[in-house]
Design a protein around this ligand. Structure first.
Ligand code: ADP
Ligand code: MG
Length: 636
């Protein structure tokens, strides 16, 4: 028997472990199963290179709850440890055997996918146990060892009579951690952390139909068929899928495989993803994974934190902030990389060179995939555009590299259901929508119904009108205006269409200057000045007499501020301000001017103003009721 003190510099490390090592106590199980997996993969490696002359077989890991005995067992059939190795690897806290193994067998990390690194994982057992035993037998011809430690730095190490190769860890669960004696809780943890680990993990047994049995169907005298019940057999309940889709080669996977893996990841998600992106790099860093584009809504916030991060098939976290570019956190799927330093703070993570490379690799991969989807099947891409545009627009705003690449596939739909790339759009409108200052004006609407009359006015001029309705589109326009040459965006209701795209040929006013002054004064007396800026314009006599517009700049700044940043400070709180454009060439305006009684003039102005408000959707409540009443009176 050996007795001794665990070799740590701090006299009593256990209270420290318990309190500070990991904030999440539940990860002890992940650590112990990772060690069991490492032990098995190490043996696999040693047998494959001929250094271990034993039968590798079909090893599994078993987790057993002994509720009455208040114990949790983790049993593996890996390479085991001799007493000397227990001394070396277990008693010297923070001496990682995984690190040493990897130094010695450099290829093993890549080939075998060893998980351990820090040499503290094992001790996380003391977060939930007040006594831990290790019973282990090495694959080498050496006696088995039995190590016991009750949480103080003292341990005992004796010989054991274990015959079969491998290691059994026994946790005597502490009073404050009895939740880990519940089957349901353990199953939940296995599902969370170990669902895709590479060695089969058994947790209890289950009843299934015997595959070697075919139930017989018999027909009785009356011709009624009866099928005998299927024969049940008891099998190991294997909780994990040791070969998840992302570990396979893309060429070995069909569309259905990606679909079924999606359902494996998100069993509660009933909607099919739109498409997937298989990630696969091994230089200059290691990374595999599959990302899915789900159907997006316009709400940016509810869709985050769905991507799962793994390290060698061990679940680490579903917060991939800093690793995946922000705009792609709306996607779903998995990323697996041994090269992401996880025991560091988020700010360090963002400064890490590897992590930066990973993030830009993912951005590039996503852009390339979108481009190939667009090139290979444009029609399908256009159909999906509405469901994915939010990610793409967000990406264009936040990542310069993505902005450049997106030029090839970002779409600008029109109110008529056409989809242009930016280049196609400029080619289509260049001739007609360039104003007298050589600026190309891109007209858009945010709502086909609400802005119907303005859209119509633009269409009458043979202009194209885009339909841009995602919440961040005002930011995107701002960005496009600064990065492309000589373009500007204007919403169709920002001004009269002739003013939106100013051409040289100005219409001559039918009114004299004197008449204009008179009209202006009259309107300013009747129209509430805190809401409307009156503007006289000589337009086509067929254009509307009264028209309400909202200047592009102010409205866009307000919108940008509502969706976060970018706008001017304080704009969001400014009252809505509208222009009232009065067409001096319209007959009605002439009539207003020449009507003798002031009362009738006011009535005509108010009614016209209300009609203009109505077409902008601005007439509501009591004002609308009064308008309708007044209109009935008029037609009586
Ligand atoms: P790490 O896994 O980072 O090396 P741990 O504290 O988790 O650190 O484990 C320390 C060492 O103990 C391992 O590297 C390994 O050599 C040994 N070990 C732990 N669990 C087992 C096991 N189930 N079978 C064989 N060796 C083990
Ligand atoms: Mg470990």
């Amino acid at each position: 028997m050996t007795k001794g003190s665990i070799n740590v510099s701090v006299e009593n490390i256990f209270p420290l472990i318990k309190k500070f090592l990991y904030s999440d106590h539940e990860i002890f199980l992940r650590e112990l199963i990772s060690n069991a997996t490492d032990a098995t993969l190490k043996l696999k490696h040693l047998t494959s290179i001929g250094e271990a002359k034993v039968e590798y077989g079909n090893p599994k890991i078993e987790v057993k709850v002994d509720k009455d005995g208040k114990k949790l067992h983790i049993i593996d059939q890996g390479l085991g440890m001799s007493a000397d190795e227990v001394e070396k690897y277990i008693n010297q806290v923070a001496f990682s055997g995984a690190e040493e193994f990897l130094d010695k067998y450099k290829d093993a990390e890549k080939d075998a996918g060893i998980i351990g690194h820090f040499g503290l994982g094992f001790y996380s057992a003391f977060m939930v146990a007040d006594k831990v035993e290790i019973i282990t037998k090495s694959f080498k011809d050496e006696p088995a060892a039995h190590w016991t430690c009750d949480g103080s730095p003292e341990f005992t190490l004796v010989e054991a009579d274990k015959e079969d190769r491998g290691t059994e860890i026994i946790l005597h669960i502490a009073e404050d951690s009895t939740e880990f004696l519940e089957d349901a809780r353990i199953r939940e943890l296995l599902n969370k952390y170990n669902k895709f680990m590479p060695i089969p993990i058994k947790f209890g047994t289950k009843e299934v139909n015997d595959p070697d049995f075919t139930p017989k169907t018999t027909t009785d005298a009356e011709g009624k068929e009866t099928t005998e019940p299927h024969k049940q057999i008891t099998v190991d309940d294997i909780i994990n899928n040791p070969n998840p889709a992302w570990t396979k080669q893309p060429t070995d996977l069909k569309d259905e495989d990606y679909g079924s893996f999606y359902r494996e990841l998100y069993p509660m998600q009933f909607e099919e993803p739109l498409f997937n992106i298989h990630l696969n790099v091994d230089y200059p860093f290691n990374l595999t994974g599959i990302l899915y584009f789900p159907k997006m809504t316009n709400d940016l916030n509810i869709q985050k934190d769905k991507i799962q991060l793994y390290q060698n098939q061990v679940f680490v976290t579903d917060n991939v902030e800093g690793i995946v570019p922000e705009f792609l956190t709306m996607l779903r799927g998995v990323i697996d990389s041994p090269d992401i330093p996880l025991n560091v703070s988020r700010s360090y993570l963002q400064a890490d060179g590897n992590v930066k490379k990973i993030s830009s690799y993912i951005t590039r991969k996503v852009a390339d995939k979108l481009k190939s989807l667009f090139n290979n099947n444009r029609e399908d891409f256009e159909k999906k555009w509405d469901d994915i545009k939010i990610v793409i627009e967000y990406g264009m705003l936040s990542e310069e590299k993505f902005f450049e690449k997106a030029d090839a596939f970002a779409l600008y739909p029109t109110v008529d259901g056409k989809y242009f790339t930016f280049e196609e759009l400029t080619n289509a409108i260049k001739a007609k929508q360039t104003d007298k200052d050589d600026k190309m004006v891109i007209l858009y609407a945010s709502n086909k119904d609400e802005q119907h009359s303005y859209i119509q006015a633009a269409k009458d001029k043979d202009y194209e009108v885009l339909l841009l309705d995602s919440p961040i589109v005002s930011h995107l326009m701002q960005k496009l205006e600064t990065s492309k040459e000589n373009i500007s965006f204007a919403r169709v209701d920002a001004d009269h269409v002739d003013n939106l795209i100013k051409k040289d040929d100005t219409t001559i006013s039918k009114l004299s200057d004197e008449e204009k002054t008179k009209l202006d004064e009259l309107l300013k007396e009747v129209v509430p000045s805190e809401k409307f800026m009156v503007q006289l314009e000589a337009m086509d006599s067929s254009a509307s007499p009264f028209m309400i517009t909202q200047p592009e700049f102010m409205r866009r700044m307000k919108e940008m501020q509502q969706t976060g940043g970018g706008g001017m400070f304080g704009m969001g709180n400014m009252p809505e301000m509208y222009n009232l454009i009065v067409n001096t060439n319209h007959d009605l305006v002439n009539e207003i001017l020449n009507t003798k009684t002031r009362k009738k003039q006011e009535r005509l102005i108010n009614q016209s103003l209300d009609l203009a408000r109505l077409s902008q959707g601005l007439l509501k409540g009591e004002e609308l009721t009064n308008f309708i009443k007044r209109s009935y009176d008029m037609i009586k």
